[in-house]
Design a protein around this ligand. Structure first.
Ligand SMILES: [Zn+2]
Length: 248
């Protein structure tokens, strides 16, 4: 790790969302000289995000145990949410891009929770992209199918009482799935991603992406990370949310 990406990252972290929402956004494409390694950053046309509330901010290298990805930051100036896309290889060459659209799950992605399959799915997506040498993970900050972290804690409490994941969300006054995908379009456009080979078991996600004008050329069945703890959760996703989970 060189000093440059750390500085860039720190600078970005220093900017509050309030600042990001106004004039501090850097929508200039990263130049070749800015890249600290010989892996080229994707050039982002500044006009790509115009007319939307989701703006490209900056890119940096992100070494992981799977591969060294390029991490692209985006800020939604309307709701002050921050999102990222991890890419590997040249995703802007016009060919379909092996992709995962992953909604944030702090408990599953970072805290090793076995209540869901999110962590296993994220890991499998990064691993598969690393194997292919090319792909993208859109990491959207919409925790708990869009209800937020603390409401997810409340939903889990109801599930501890015997409700399933859909019933719990409904009891809290939310829809079964509150996720919103329209921000993906400016993100894909900014990265010049033309079409997706989508890793998912969720036909509604494919339909939602097509509805906002993204081209999904193929659905690729994705790992479920089934465990004793999440079997009921996965059954519910299959029976109530229409997920394709052939192994269940
Ligand atoms: Zn999860």
């Amino acid at each position: 790790m060189t000093a440059k990406p750390v500085t860039e990252q720190f600078r970005t972290e220093q900017l509050g969302t309030e600042q990001l929402a106004t004039e501090q956004l850097n929508t200039e494409p990263p130049s070749a000289e800015q890249s600290a390694t010989d892996q080229p950053l994707i050039s982002v046309p500044p006009e790509a995000a115009e007319g939307t509330t989701c703006r490209y901010v900056d890119s940096c290298q992100l070494p992981t145990r799977f591969a060294t990805f390029t991490l692209h930051g985006f800020a939604d100036t309307q709701n002050h949410k921050e999102h990222v896309v991890l890419t590997l290889g040249d995703v802007g060459d016009g060919r379909p891009v092996l992709s995962r659209v992953h909604s944030e799950c702090l408990t599953g992605d970072a805290l090793f929770s076995l209540r869901c399959d999110c962590g296993a799915q994220l890991e499998a997506a990064l691993e598969r992209i690393a194997q292919e040498g090319r792909g993208a993970v859109f990491y959207l900050r919409q925790e708990g199918r869009g209800i937020g972290l603390l409401n997810k804690v409340r939903a889990y409490q109801l599930q501890d009482q015997g409700l399933d994941t859909v019933e719990a969300n409904l009891q809290l006054g939310f829809a079964a799935d509150q996720r919103e995908y329209s921000l993906l379009k400016p993100m894909a456009k900014a990265l010049n991603i033309q079409s997706l080979q989508l890793m998912t078991n969720n036909p509604r996600k494919v339909a939602a992406l097509r509805a906002i004008g993204l081209t999904v050329v193929e659905r690729i069945p994705h790992s479920t990370g089934k465990t004793d703890h999440n079997e009921f959760y996965l059954e519910t996703k299959k029976n109530k949310l229409g997920h394709y989970l052939d192994e269940l």
